[in-house]
Design a protein around this ligand. Structure first.
Ligand SMILES: Nc1ncnc2c1ncn2[C@@H]1O[C@H](COP(=O)(O)OP(=O)(O)OP(=O)(O)O)[C@@H](O)[C@H]1O
Length: 204
């Protein structure tokens, strides 16, 4: 899988957030999109996931053939602060619902996903009663454990404690092989495994 950006720029009203990004993102690699608060990391991720259009430039997705932007959602997983879980579902219902649309990664099923999460005791608790860290773990586990070629993580360790960060790093080791992983971050512990970095300040 390859995502190609050709001279991409995005503005909101008259303010250009970034300009002239030309870059290829290729499976088997992990990319960290880095920059200060408000520098445009989440905006770039929204363009890469196909949920926001660029103001200028072209984005193309290709595997064995080109994939139209309207279909790319089938190939991606995303965990991000602005992506909400369904609060009235229990954890078990949330997992079952998510995997109506995505397949489980190799070797994972609903039962051991909840065990990977370490939330077996909360399987029948509604998400609205979860702490912010429990919600973040749930978002991450759903994204990592889906059988998708592209994994997007925006601020993946927000709300995680020290143990949670270690748990996140174990998921990275277990579930990013052969995938295209793209992380929006300004925390080293989230992206130190990435072999490529993109600095938003280079595109102002
Ligand atoms: N829908 C929108 N309308 C207007 N401005 C927007 C919109 N979305 C984002 N912006 C602006 O774009 C800029 C980049 O925001 P973005 O959320 O991409 O930054 P970020 O690098 O992800 O920040 P953070 O590290 O704080 O999450 C900010 O100035 C923000 O106000």
């Amino acid at each position: 899988m390859k995502i190609s950006l050709n001279n991409i720029g995005r503005r909101f009203n008259k303010e250009w957030i970034f300009k002239h990004i030309s870059k290829e993102f290729v499976s088997g690699n992990s990319y960290a999109i880095l920059g200060a608060n408000g520098s445009g990391k989440s905006t770039l991720i929204s363009i890469l996931t196909g949920s926001l259009t660029p103001s200028e430039g072209e984005i193309t997705y290709s595997d064995t053939a080109n994939i139209p932007v309207e279909s790319i959602y089938q190939h991606i997983s995303l965990a991000a602060p602005y992506l909400e879980l369904i609060e009235t579902f229990t954890l078990k219902e949330m997992v079952n619902f998510h995997f109506k649309f995505k397949r489980f990664a190799y070797g994972v099923d609903a039962k051991n996903l909840i065990s990977i999460l370490g939330l077996g005791k909360s399987a029948h608790k509604e998400i609205k009663y979860f702490s912010s860290g429990m919600k973040q773990r749930t978002k991450l586990a759903l994204a990592f454990c889906s059988d998708t070629q592209i994994l997007f993580l925006d601020e993946p360790t927000s709300n995680l404690d020290v143990q949670g960060i270690k748990w996140y790093q174990e998921l990275v080791a277990d579930f990013t092989k052969d995938r295209l992983t793209i992380i929006g971050s300004n925390q080293i512990q989230e992206y130190e495994f990435c072999n490529q970095t993109i600095q938003m300040s280079d595109y102002k």
